[in-house]
Design a binder for this molecule. Sequence first.
Ligand SMILES: [Zn+2]
Length: 372
Amino acid sequence: MREPFAGLGVGAYDTSHRSVTRPNPAERAASATDAVAEPIPELVLVALDPEVARFPDECAGCSGYATTSEIVGRGARSVVVPYCTECLRRSSAARTRELATVIASVVMTAAVAGGAPLVWPWAGPVALSLGAVFASAAPVVATCWLLPRFLPRLARLRAVFFTWRGELAFRRPLFAERVAALNGSKELRGARRVERPAVAVLAGPVLAMVAGPVLYYLHHPLVRVLNLHSETAFVEVDGHFVAKVLGSSIESPAAGVDVRIPAGRRQIVARSRSGMVDDDRVLVRGGRHHLYAPGTHDYCFWLETMSYGRDGPPGVGRRSLDPAASFWVLPRKIDAWFATIPASRGEARWSGGDLTALRQARCRNAPGPSGR
Ligand SMILES: [Zn+2]
């Protein structure tokens, strides 16, 4: 068998990869449907300076007459590759496929990060985020890794491209030899490299890494469970144990336990060692704060909102929570749980606006609502 690089004196050509050139280039059919779509994942790397690189006047994809060209790479590291119309169309299809991959990846991210917390409400944030990352990576892996290896004909590979390391890679050894000879390059070597995809294909996985945790916490709002009885309470939601809460009746920021419960209608049950304390069907709202104080007790809760105006002392507004309920969707975000809020802006390091505290006291001691 004739050694394809024998006549070129390419000493640096790595003979361990000689199999790359096994098909004799001279025997290759020089047609537009050949070469680029040929199921040969191997390619030839040529060391040359892209800024001064020259190309022979023939199509890089099929050796045919070059009627057009395409810029490959970006900025200083770019080359103008000659193509025939058919091979250019094929190369353009590669770009379209890359765009389709980005879109598919982003759609997968949205579907999994947005839908999985609803379908699997009890899955954890790590599992849901990883699921979104894997789903968004699937189209990228299929396009950039699986397709060129197993279905190169469908992959519509480009004839000339830059690898991840910035080397210029050629699918057709004969064309690579001509380019090397034209540019006086002595360094040719065979390799099995995949085409470097555009950075944009990472958009979906990166988005999944951010959207996964954010959507999890939006779908799993905070519920402060407060046990006002002396006995320890065990709380279950839809049959899932969520918290063990020690009894505490003194107003304290450390009182109770914070849990994250999937949004939607939930059956919430509190038990103590002596029996059932509370069994309620509640609506948990995404992105809101909640309070759960199971069982009968003589405590009342109210929201205390301090508005820090530009002029005059801060105004205080009070709003009582329904004393008959045991589960509340709080109308505002709570800045201080079971504590007073600072009276001055300096202490609060607050640049204006409102701060809301959730307060508790025995109902006979609780203050009535006041205007703002
Ligand atoms: Zn061509």
